[in-house]
Design a protein around this ligand. Sequence first.
Ligand code: GLY
Length: 371
Amino acid sequence: MNHSFLMKMPIQSPRTYPISVGAKIDDVNAWLPTTGFNQIVIITDNTVKKRYGLDLQSCLKTAGHHCLLFSFPAGEKHKNNKTKQTIENAMLLARCGRDTLILALGGGVVGDLAGFIAATYLRGVPYIQIPTTLLAMVDSSVGGKTGLNTDYGKNLIGAIYQPIAVVADVTLLKSLPKKQIINGLIEALKLFFTCDAKGFYDAHLHLPQLINGDETLLIEMVSRAVKIKAGVVERDEKEQGERSVLNFGHTIGHALEKCSDYTLLHGYAVASGILVEANISSILGILTRESLLKIQYVMSQLGINGKALKKYDLTHLIEATKNDKKACSGNVRYVLLKDIGSVHITNGNYIHAVTDNIVRQAIKNTIEANL
Ligand code: GLY
């Protein structure tokens, strides 16, 4: 006999979490919750461990907390299941229980991996994102995307699991090389290209100061970017519509990262992706040539142009787009720009199937653009 019935799940109450831009990480009493945990685990990479991790661990110990630190080799290549298992095993060996609070201290790789460990460790423990790169501050630390890479592509395994807080200490950016600042500026520009024309023009106006690490301007830009991103995530946490706009430039960007064996920085891969995907939008008559030229010009100010694409085999690159998470029934789908500050939406759809031939043409146009 078949007994079927409907199980009613409690509707989760909306949860809020603080995002503090401009907080100081060593001022632990200002951002650490006072209850809800007995054990802290800092997860970081070996570079950030030396730069900030050990100091943060001693601040927390001085403040009376049990605090362990686990680190792994830096780099996207290590954002994989092997690293996840190694850290989980170390935590299990140390008998970290459900009363553990994880601190994800680092850039996007650390945030994604530590967040995914938090999502699955003992079926979920709380975590705080403490981004140490501009890219992580403006994008990956907010919105709860966690995960890892597999042999098939980037971020293919993961969960949407929100942190309980984000602490963005902009003074940490001082130690970053310019290349890392540009890497983050690209993600902020992506957000402005898709959702915020004024943000784009402000950033454009102050690009040299931002690249040189002007703290006040960086705090303003990070706050603006994070507010916009938070709004998108609040409206569409599970990426069933609007949240896909944050993926502009990422279909090609992720394929490039894969083709470069993850040696290419994420922001730089996305920058090439933005150029190609803006070009697709222009070929399809959605974006004006004038707007395309503006985008190309701003990217050129960051030292980015289509020439970087020359070294990739076109067929391999297009093949690598097929594993994109937005693909559906074998069709690779793209976020297309309508104008600077807005995306193309048809019948409520934010992502659009584009043929390989058009993608191929857009890559060729991008390589040949005279910048
Ligand atoms: N980084 C894109 C997103 O959070 O949706």
